[in-house]
Design a protein around this ligand. Structure first.
Ligand SMILES: N[C@@H](CCC(=O)N[C@@H](CS)C(=O)NCC(=O)O)C(=O)O
Length: 328
C-alpha cells in the first residue's frame, strides 16, 4: 500500500530545492525521502537510494518487450553448485504461507529480494514503508528496509535474507555461494547500486521521466501527482549530483556502461554466472537493474553495451512476478 504524499511537505521540498542549495540538512534529506518513496540518505555508512515505482516493474518487468534470445554459439560451462536449477524453482519442502516484504519500492536491496522471490515463485505481499515515520516497521528494532517476514519470522539485510531463504529452499544441499558468486554479490551492493541514482536523475528530463513513472503508478491524487512529479524530479536531480561526488563518479553514463561491460566480462561466455541457470549473483544484478531497464538510462545501457542478451535471458528465467496484489 503506498502512502499519500502530503502536498505541504512537497511544497516545502520544492522551495528548499528552488534555492539551489545542496541537500545538506537532515530535514532536507527527510523531505527528499518523502518525495521519493525512498531515501536519499547521504549520511556516512548509509546507502544512497534511487527511486522507482512498482509500476515500472509491473509495466515492463516480466512482460516487457524482450523475448529470450537464442544462445547459439555461446560457450557453456557446467552449472556451479549454487546454480539455481529449474527443478528447484517451486520449493516443495519450503512453502511458507505468509511472506511479507517491507520495502521502499525503489530500494535496490528490496528489488534483489523481489527478484529472488519471483524466480523461486514464492508468493509474497508487499508493505510500502513510509520513509519518514517508518510506522509500518515500528514493531521491529531494525530500522532499514528490506525486512522480510516469513511465517512470522523476521529477516533483515538483503544478502542475509537471501542466504537464509536459499538454505531453506535447498535443505538437502545447502551449499552456499562460491568465491566467484560471493564476489559479484558484493560488487552489486558496493558498486552497482551506487551507479544507478546518478544515471536515472542525470538530467532534468531524465529525472522527470523517472518521476513521471513514479507518480503515475503511485497512490497520488491528481494535484499531488503533479506536485510530486516536479518537486521530486528537481530534488533528485540535485541529490544525484551529490551522490555522484560521494562515490567519485565523474561520468555517470560511462560508469554505468563500464559496470554493464564488467558484468558481461564476468560471465565469460556463460549464459548466466551460474552456468546454465542463474545463481544468486545473476539474481542480484537483475534485481537492481530491472526497474531502470526501460528508463532512458536502461535503454542507453542496453544499446551501448553487451548486457542485453543476458538481461533478456534473465527476464525469461525469472518470469512473472510472484507478488500478491493486496492492500496489506
Ligand atoms: N545492507 C542492507 C542495506 C539496506 C538499506 O540501506 N536500506 C535502505 C533503503 S534502500 C534504508 O532502509 N535506509 C535507511 C533509511 O531509509 O532510513 C541490505 O542489504 O538490506
Amino acid at each position: 500500500m503506498m502512502r499519500r504524499v502530503n502536498v505541504n511537505e512537497l511544497v516545502i521540498l520544492s522551495r528548499s530545492i528552488g534555492g539551489g542549495a545542496a541537500v545538506a540538512t537532515a530535514a532536507d534529506q527527510r523531505l527528499l525521502r518523502l518525495a521519493l518513496y525512498g531515501t536519499s540518505d547521504l549520511k556516512a555508512n548509509s546507502n544512497p537510494q534511487w527511486l522507482m515505482s512498482r509500476g515500472l516493474v509491473d509495466r515492463f518487468g516480466s512482460s516487457g518487450p524482450f523475448v529470450a534470445n537464442g544462445v547459439a554459439g555461446t560457450r557453456f560451462f557446467s552449472a556451479s553448485a549454487t546454480s539455481l536449477a529449474k527443478e528447484s524453482l517451486r520449493p516443495k519442502k519450503f512453502s511458507p504461507q505468509d511472506v511479507v516484504l517491507y520495502q521502499y519500492e525503489a530500494c535496490p536491496f528490496c528489488n534483489k529480494i523481489k527478484a529472488f522471490l519471483d524466480y523461486y515463485k514464492i508468493p509474497y505481499e508487499v508493505v510500502e514503508v513510509n520513509p519518514i515515520n517508518k510506522k509500518e516497521i515500528k514493531w521491529s528494532d531494525y530500522k532499514k528496509v528490506p525486512i522480510l517476514k516469513v511465517d512470522g519470522e523476521q529477516m533483515v539485510d538483503s544478502s542475509d535474507i537471501i542466504d537464509k531463504l536459499f538454505q531453506k529452499i535447498h535443505l538437502d544441499n545447502p551449499v552456499m555461494d562460491g568465491d566467484e558468486e560471493r564476489k559479484w554479490r558484493g560488487w552489486v551492493d558496493n558498486h552497482l547500486v551506487h551507479v544507478l541514482s546518478p544515471n536515472i536523475y542525470r538530467t532534468t528530463s531524465e529525472s522527470l521521466e523517472s518521476f513521471d513513472y513514479i507518480t503515475t503508478h503511485g497512490n497520488f491524487s491528481f494535484t499531488e501527482r503533479i506536485i510530486a512529479k516536479y518537486a521530486g524530479a528537481a530534488a533528485m536531480y540535485f541529490v544525484s549530483k551529490k551522490l555522484k561526488k560521494k562515490h567519485n563518479i565523474t561520468n555517470e553514463r560511462a560508469a554505468l556502461y563500464e559496470a554493464a561491460e564488467t558484468w558481461v566480462d564476468g560471465l565469460k561466455g556463460r549464459q548466466f554466472l551460474g552456468g546454465l541457470n542463474p545463481n544468486l549473483a545473476d539474481l542480484a544484478v537483475f534485481g537492481v537493474l530491472r526497474p531502470i531497464r526501460h528508463l532512458r538510462s536502461g535503454r542507453d545501457m542496453v544499446e551501448h553495451t553487451r548486457i542485453g542478451d543476458w538481461y533478456a535471458r534473465m527476464e525469461s528465467a525469472v518470469g512473472e512476478s510472484a507478488r500478491i496484489k493486496t492492500d496489506k
